[in-house]
Design a protein. Structure first.
Length: 241
């Protein structure tokens, strides 16, 4: 089980959920980008971006200012970053020939060996870690794997575990809170109210005292350290020896 641990930094930009399996593996649930465009019932006119799953592109839309869904980004860069994360996720799953019985030659990325390998695809279902050529696989996955340096896994004998779950969904297991140097850049950004005059309740991660704090967001010109819910949290749990 320990050999199967994947030290994965799921870039989540605050939208994906992380679940920890018995092997302490980060399992990504990426429903955010599948959500349809929602303007919301309010009548403001904020320029936002969303991922259009039909075209596979980030597109601009006008957001009303309230409700809506998580497929809603402050700028094109944030949307494209989420798209990049989805590509990384595809490269991290194992090959899946699917239930059908055809025999199409295909390639998948093996994250354990950091190489592309051939396999036989059955012709239906399967997953996104499937490419028609070795070149396509290499171009898509070899340069897109997440850095593992922010992730630390403690020995199984450790009695206390500190779980640090950020919007980027990485796992730190240690006695001490995570060092600021191990945090994603977004967690080290200062609080930014923005230049607009709306009053949206938001949270930011305060790297000084390592807690989430509420602030009032003006509605525009934010940075990435801006969350709709208190998603950044530290838990201290006792494990059985």
């Amino acid at each position: 089980c320990h050999d199967e641990k994947i030290k994965m930094l799921c870039s989540i930009l605050g939208g994906k959920n992380c679940v920890f399996s018995e092997c302490n593996t980060a399992v990504i649930q990426s429903e955010r980008c599948k959500a349809e465009l929602q303007v919301g019932p309010c009548r403001a006119a904020f320029q936002r971006w969303y991922f259009n799953s039909l075209t596979g592109r980030c597109q601009r839309f006008i957001y009303g200012g309230c409700k809506g869904n998580k497929n809603n980004y402050e700028n094109e860069e944030s949307c494209r970053s989420m798209l990049q994360t989805m590509k990384v996720q595809n490269c991290m799953v194992t090959s899946d020939p699917g239930p059908c019985r055809a025999a199409f030659p295909a390639f998948y990325y093996d994250h354990k060996t950091s190489t592309c390998r051939s396999f036989t695809y059955g012709g239906c279902r399967g997953n996104k870690n499937r490419y028609n050529t070795m070149e396509e696989c290499t171009n898509r996955c070899s340069q897109e794997q997440p850095a593992t340096s922010p992730v630390h896994v403690a020995p199984p004998s450790q009695l206390f575990s500190s779980f640090y779950i950020s919007p980027w969904c990485f796992l730190v297991r240690s006695h001490d809170p995570p060092l600021s140097s191990s945090l994603p850049v977004l967690c080290r950004l200062p609080m930014k109210v923005g230049s607009c005059r709306a009053a949206f309740p938001r949270f930011f991660y305060n790297v000084t005292d390592q807690t989430c704090r509420r602030f009032t967001y003006g509605g525009c010109d934010a940075n990435s350290n801006n969350f709709e819910t208190k998603e950044v949290r530290v838990h201290l749990q006792r494990r059985d020896g």
